[in-house]
Design a protein around this ligand. Sequence first.
Ligand SMILES: C[S@@+](CC[C@H](N)C(=O)[O-])C[C@H]1O[C@@H](n2cnc3c(N)ncnc32)[C@H](O)[C@@H]1O
Length: 277
Amino acid sequence: VADSKQAEKTYLSTAGTERWERVKPFSSPGHDDVAEGARLIHDFGAALQCLRPSPGSRVLDLGAGSGWVSEWLRRFNVETVTVDIAVSMLGVARTRLGPKAWIIAGDLEQLPLAAGSVDHAICLNALHHVPDTVAALRETWRVLRPGGRLVVGEPGRGHEEGGTSRAASDAFGVQERALPPDVLLDACRAAGFSRSVVKPLLSGVEWYEVEPARWARWRRHAGTRRPLRAARRVGRALIEFAGWGKNGPAFEDAIGMELVRIVHDAADSHPVVLATK
Ligand SMILES: C[S@@+](CC[C@H](N)C(=O)[O-])C[C@H]1O[C@@H](n2cnc3c(N)ncnc32)[C@H](O)[C@@H]1O
């Protein structure tokens, strides 16, 4: 654990990513960072839709790295508190955010902030680097005001097996792992959040959310195999045939199943979870 935290502190120089960190989420000179940039910009928009910060409210940027999220939040007249364990990353953040910005070196597992001192919190692609997820979320819960919201966007199932993740953990020693929705939802509950939901399909249908019990049903549903589903449908069709039920026809079930799979798999591989204190 100590080793992975030390690796986080030196990552900028060992991985040599400063050029990218200075311009993130845009392309660094001579590089094609469009795919990654598009994903990051989408995540930022999704997080903003979840948090809906009012002008002047104070938002904590957790594991902020070089601070592009704080920089963009400030353009919405939001006050930011930028926290990261890596002082070198925060040096880049300082050049982005200017001398007046509130930038703090600190560990997410032990935030150097007073209880109830921020309105909302955002954590993009950082929580999965922290060894104790629940400790970090408990700390976030502590520093949020009552009713404050936290939005977390992290890599989901399969992340640690990806080529880039393997390279980062093998070559630089940073912790890479998946934080799929059910893990995040459980951790939010354990940390004390009164409500937490998965937010799939954010662009266009931002009101849409999936509470933990429904997510668990989806998980089971997305994993069911055709013979079992078909048998259930036959059973339902018989009931309907006999006039005992008004369940939808089989083709609607099939479309529903396909939609559950698509939305489930998308959120499972890149979850956005909104939690409220
Ligand atoms: C992949 S970067 C993401 C940075 C930023 N959120 C962004 O979107 O650009 C992960 C960040 O988490 C920070 N980090 C890792 N472990 C941490 C910890 N225990 N406490 C605070 N920050 C941590 C790293 O230093 C790094 O800057």
